[in-house]
Design a protein around this ligand. Structure first.
Ligand code: SF4
Length: 589
């Protein structure tokens, strides 16, 4: 495996993924051998293996089942289905079965919210779960059927495109946009990009032309274009659909970026949850090479040499942050870098690098085909063009909707068949929670910005439970690099669990708000600073959902001494819960 990866240390993550595929997990001697082959310290290899959720340093069984734990999967009954599967397979959640055959656990959102509940089995998605499907899965596992022999329809994933506009509507021929951009020349093409005022669709909304020009002007000839396909924001799945059915415009967008900045190397970072798309993407790349749309002298243009490689992620939400993604591409743990310097000057392996989202790159093909001014004629002044929304939750028609920027939330709700709506979570867990009185607001960078998630909650939903799910998500996904986020997210998790257990007091709400402020102001990257968003929003707009959980007390300790002592009491045979309270009373007497 190491030889196939040319003993290239930057490919450490890919080596570990391949080694795990072969062996089933990553036993210590295997990590030692990989370290020796790549001439890396063993601690570095173990550090990477321990960082990514989809890499296992202990056996997880021949079948590794991971239920998607997003709030929308939960609303569709995922916890009960998981319990049923565990019961049928005689396995405890999070543990390996006694016969070593199967493990069942949860994972962060798998990007199938429009067709949940969903799970991954050995990395392959199964959607639209119900009890019949769970029975079928249990039977296939009990009979030890190889995954390739499972009924193909179990693995079918729908695109669920409900509304098409400029990008999803008229089809384009591969190479058409590229030819148009080459005909304009590099400068002419960049000018069209500038006129379009295209802003990044990954969430931050940075102007794409400015990013490209900074990379073009950076010192160094070996520039790189990176496509960020690590779509991990809970509730977002539009990049999944683009990669599944619109891969040509995505790769063409990468090539258009390469033409603008003068890059020769392209890398697409594919989130581990979308690994099932890998073969199709590789086929598309092969077709494009054959058609002269990648490789040497693209479309006959002397000196325009560019090719694309695909790297797999392995279950780490933080790698969606562009510098963490670059670390991961270089074979390290996905820890966000300190900025500046920015990737446009010091990116992949220290080279000038453009990092763009899947949708952003696909959109550039429209600008090449129709011109920047035509693109900017749609949408609003500060948010040009269209936006793909991933709609899920309490609505009749979940799926992908493409709208010109500026569409109102109420219009979207009407189109997706939502009624009796209490709240909409726009932008995923790190986004904004909108209450009914805000539904007149518009999807646009200047009003309600979003990377694409649009989760609908009707009046039957408990908004505290929604926020708690997001808090658990952030605590799980914090990379642990900086203390405010590492400690803050787990403290927040503890407080939300305390409230959920009915032990909350008024003081806890004040503490929660204090931790939220700390996270917002002191975290190193966007994960930590946006982690408190759902709690802050729901506390402000849905405070009764918190208050009805409070006891009529001013203070109750967050630490449950009895619960903490229970395992020790059980081990020693002492059945004396509350003994410490009695002692305290005796002493005071
Ligand atoms: Fe890591 Fe969280 Fe700090 Fe970001 S804010 S660097 S995710 S610990």
């Amino acid at each position: 495996i190491c030889l196939r990866h040319r003993r290239d240390r930057t490919r450490l993550l890919q080596v570990l993924i391949d080694a795990q595929d072969r062996v089933g997990w990553l036993p210590p001697p295997l990590l030692t051998a990989i370290a020796a082959q790549l001439d890396l310290p063993r601690a570095r290899v173990e550090g990477v293996a321990g960082f990514y959720s989809f890499l296992h340093t202990r056996p997880m069984g021949r079948y590794r089942v991971l239920f998607s734990d997003n709030i929308t999967d939960r609303m569709l009954g995922a916890p009960a289905l998981m319990e049923a599967l565990c019961g049928k397979l005689w396995v405890e959640p999070g543990k390996l079965s006694e016969d070593g055959l199967v493990s069942v656990a949860t994972t962060s959102c798998t990007g199938m919210c429009d067709q949940g509940p969903a799970l991954l089995v050995n990395g392959r998605p199964l959607t639209r779960l119900d009890h019949a499907r769970v029975n079928q899965i249990a039977e296939l596992i009990r009979r030890k059927r190889p995954l390739d022999a499972w009924p193909a329809e179990l693995f079918h994933v729908n695109d669920n495109i409900r509304r098409r506009d400029a990008l999803l509507g008229p089809s384009q021929q591969p190479g058409e946009a590229l030819a148009a951009a080459i005909a304009r020349g590099r400068e002419g093409w960049l000018e069209q990009m500038r006129l379009s005022n295209l802003r990044g669709r990954g969430g931050a909304g940075f102007t794409t032309a400015v990013k490209w020009m900074a990379c073009r002007d950076a010192a160094g000839a070996d520039k790189v274009v990176v496509c960020n396909a690590d779509e991990g924001e809970p509730g977002t799945f539009k990049d999944r659909v683009l990669l599944a059915s619109f891969a040509d415009p995505v790769f063409e967008g990468m090539t258009l970026a390469a033409w603008a900045v003068g890059a020769r190397q392209g890398l697409l970072y594919l989130r581990g949850e979308y690994r099932y798309l890998l073969d199709g993407l590789r086929e598309t790349l092969a077709r494009r090479r054959t058609a002269g749309l990648l490789g040497q002298g693209i479309l006959g243009e002397a000196g325009f040499d560019f090719d694309i490689d695909i790297h797999l992620g392995a279950g780490a939400y933080v790698c969606g942050e562009e510098t963490a993604l670059l670390e991961s591409l270089e074979g390290r743990r996905g820890t966000p870098r300190i900025r500046p310097p920015f990737p446009v000057t010091h990116g992949y392996l220290g080279r000038p690098t453009v990092v763009n989202n899947v949708e952003t790159l696909a959109k550039t093909t429209l600008i090449a085909l129709h011109g920047g001014a035509a693109f900017a004629a749609t949408g609003t002044a500060q948010s040009t063009g269209t936006k793909l929304l991933s709609i899920s939750g309490d609505c009749a028609y979940p799926g992908i909707y493409e709208y010109p920027f500026g569409v109102s939330v109420e219009r979207v709700l009407e189109d997706c068949g939502a009624s009796d709506v209490q709240a909409v979570q726009v932008g995923g867990a790190s986004g904004v929670t909108l209450a009914g009185y805000e539904f007149h607001r518009r999807i646009a960078f200047e009003d309600v910005p979003t990377a694409g998630a649009f989760m609908v909650f009707d009046s039957s939903r408990d908004m505290f439970a929604v926020a708690r799910n997001f808090v658990h998500f952030f605590a799980h996904e914090s990379c642990g690099f900086c203390t405010p986020c590492r400690v803050g997210t787990s403290l927040l998790e503890g407080y939300m669990d305390k409230l959920a257990a009915g032990h909350g007091a008024k003081m806890d709400l004040a503490d929660i708000e204090w931790i939220d402020r700390l996270l917002k102001n002191a975290s190193h990257c966007g994960l930590g600073s946006s982690a408190p968003n759902p709690v802050l929003d729901t506390l402000l707009k849905f405070r009764p959902a918190y208050e009805r959980r409070l006891k009529n007390l001013d203070f109750e300790p967050a630490f449950d001494l009895d619960a903490a002592l229970a395992p020790a009491r059980q081990a020693t045979g002492r059945d004396d819960p509350g003994a410490h309270l009695d002692t305290a009373q005796e002493t005071s007497r």
